[in-house]
Design a protein around this ligand. Structure first.
Ligand code: PMP
Length: 374
C-alpha cells in the first residue's frame, strides 16, 4: 500500500498506542476523585497538559483537552463570541477555512454577527495588512488557519500575531495541518487560541486540544461538572491526554530533519508532475511540503482516484471533510479563480514516513493511469 492521504488522517504510532494502553491499565481512576488513585490520575493529566504547552514553547498558556479540532474550533469561536457579545459582534476570517471554522461563523452570522471573510491571494494566503485593514473596534476575534488542508498554503501567523498585539481582538489559529509538521512556537507566534488534532500527527482520533492563555475567559459549550477549568465538562480522559502529549512529542522530535526530507520528496513530486500533459499544480511553491494539490484536466478526480486504488495507492479528491457535499473545491476556486481546476483537483499528502521509493512508484502509476484514462 502507498498511503498519500496523510492530511485526512495518519495511522496510529505504535508507541502512542502503547502509552494509551499502559496509562489506561494503571491510571483508570477518575482524576477528579479525591482518593489516592484519583490523585495519581490527576497528576498524570496535569503532566500531560503542561507537556503539551511546553512542547509548543508557550509560557502563560494552558491546554484544554477536547475530542478533536472540530470541538476546539467550536469552543474557541463560540466561546469568545458569547463572552464578548456586549463589546462587539464582528469576526474576521478567510474565505478558505475548514468547515469547522467557516460553518461556526456562518452560524454566528445567522445569530446577528458580522463576518469579514478575507479573500486569499494567488498563493492561497492572506496578509497581515489585509487583516489590519479589516479590524474595527467591534472585532472580537480573528480566526485564520495556519496551513490550508487542501492547498498547503501557509498563512503569516507570526506577522498577524505581532500586528494584533495592541488590538483588543483575540487571534485564533486552526493549526491542525501545521503543528507537528512545520516548526511553530507560541513564544515566536503568541496567538491567543490554537486548535490541534492528534490524528493528523500519528496520534489517536477523538483527541484534540485547545490552547489558550491562562485566565482567558471563554463560554463553555459543554456544561456539567466543571472539568477542564470549567471550560469543557465531562470526566477527563487521562490515557487520551497522555497519548496526545506523547504523539506531539514524537511529531516534534527532529522536526527540521523530517521537514527537510518531506521537502525533498515534494520537489521530486512537483518536478515530475509538471511534465505530465494536462496536469496543473495548484499548491503554492512556498506552501507546506506535506500537501501537493493539482488538477488533472478533463478527467474526473474520482476516476483518477479509483485508477490509483486499483494499484493500492491512496490519495484524496477534495478534502475528506467536504468531499460528500460539493463537486467543486471552494478552496481551489478561491486560490486559482478557475472553476475547471477547482472541479478537477486532487490532493497528494505526505508524512515524514513517506519514502522516495513510494513517491517514484506513485509517479509512475499516476502518469500511466492518466495516459490510460485519456
Ligand atoms: N481543521 C483542519 C484544517 C483540518 O484539516 C481538520 C481535519 N480535516 C479539522 C480542522 C478538524 O479536525 P477533526 O476532524 O480532528 O475534528
Amino acid at each position: 500500500m502507498i498511503y498519500l492521504d496523510n492530511a485526512a488522517t495518519t495511522p496510529l504510532e505504535p508507541a502512542v498506542l502503547e502509552t494509551f494502553t499502559k496509562v489506561y491499565e494503571s491510571f483508570w481512576a477518575n482524576p477528579h476523585s479525591l482518593h489516592k488513585i484519583g490523585e495519581k490520575a490527576e497528576q498524570l493529566l496535569e503532566q500531560a497538559r503542561s507537556q503539551v504547552t511546553d512542547l509548543l514553547g508557550g509560557s502563560g498558556y494552558q491546554a484544554i483537552f477536547t475530542s478533536g479540532a472540530t470541538e476546539s474550533n467550536n469552543l474557541a469561536i463560540k466561546g469568545i463570541a458569547e463572552i464578548h457579545k456586549a463589546r462587539g459582534n464582528h469576526f474576521i476570517t478567510t474565505n478558505s477555512e475548514h468547515p469547522s471554522v467557516d460553518q461556526v461563523l456562518t452560524y454566528l452570522e445567522s445569530q446577528g454577527a458580522t463576518v469579514t471573510r478575507l479573500p486569499v491571494g494567488t498563493d492561497g494566503t492572506v496578509t497581515e495588512e489585509q487583516v489590519e485593514r479589516a479590524l474595527t473596534e467591534k472585532t472580537v476575534l480573528v480566526s485564520i488557519m495556519m496551513v490550508n488542508n487542501e492547498s498547503g498554503a501557509i498563512n503569516p501567523i507570526k506577522e498577524i500575531a505581532a500586528m494584533m498585539k495592541n488590538h483588543r481582538a483575540l487571534f485564533h489559529v486552526d493549526a491542525v495541518q501545521g503543528v507537528g509538521k512545520i516548526p511553530f512556537s507560541l513564544k515566536e507566534s503568541p496567538v491567543d487560541l490554537l486548535s490541534l488534532s492528534a490524528h493528523k500527527f500519528f496520534g489517536l482520533k477523538g483527541s484534540g486540544v485547545l490552547i489558550l492563555r491562562e485566565r482567558q475567559r471563554l463560554a463553555p459549550q459543554m456544561i456539567g461538572g466543571g472539568q477542564e477549568f470549567d471550560l469543557r465538562s465531562g470526566t477527563a480522559d487521562v490515557p487520551r491526554a497522555a497519548s496526545f502529549a506523547k504523539a506531539l512529542r514524537l511529531a516534534t522530535e527532529n522536526l527540521p530533519a523530517k521537514l527537510a526530507e518531506v521537502t525533498r520528496l515534494n520537489a521530486i513530486l512537483r518536478e515530475s508532475i509538471t511534465t505530465i500533459d494536462g496536469v496543473q499544480i495548484n499548491s503554492p511553491e512556498r506552501g507546506s511540503p506535506y500537501i501537493l494539490n493539482c488538477s488533472v484536466n478533463g478527467i474526473r478526480p474520482e476516476t483518477v482516484l479509483h485508477g490509483l486504488v486499483n494499484e493500492d495507492i491512496y490519495i484524496s479528491t477534495v478534502s475528506a471533510c467536504s468531499s460528500k457535499k460539493s463537486e467543486l473545491s471552494p478552496i481551489i476556486l478561491a486560490l486559482t479563480g478557475n472553476e475547471e481546476r477547482a472541479k478537477h483537483s486532487i490532493r497528494i499528502s505526505l508524512s515524514h514516513k513517506t519514502t522516495e521509493l513510494e513517491i517514484r512508484r506513485f509517479l509512475e502509476i499516476f502518469r500511466s493511469t492518466i495516459l490510460t484514462l485519456r
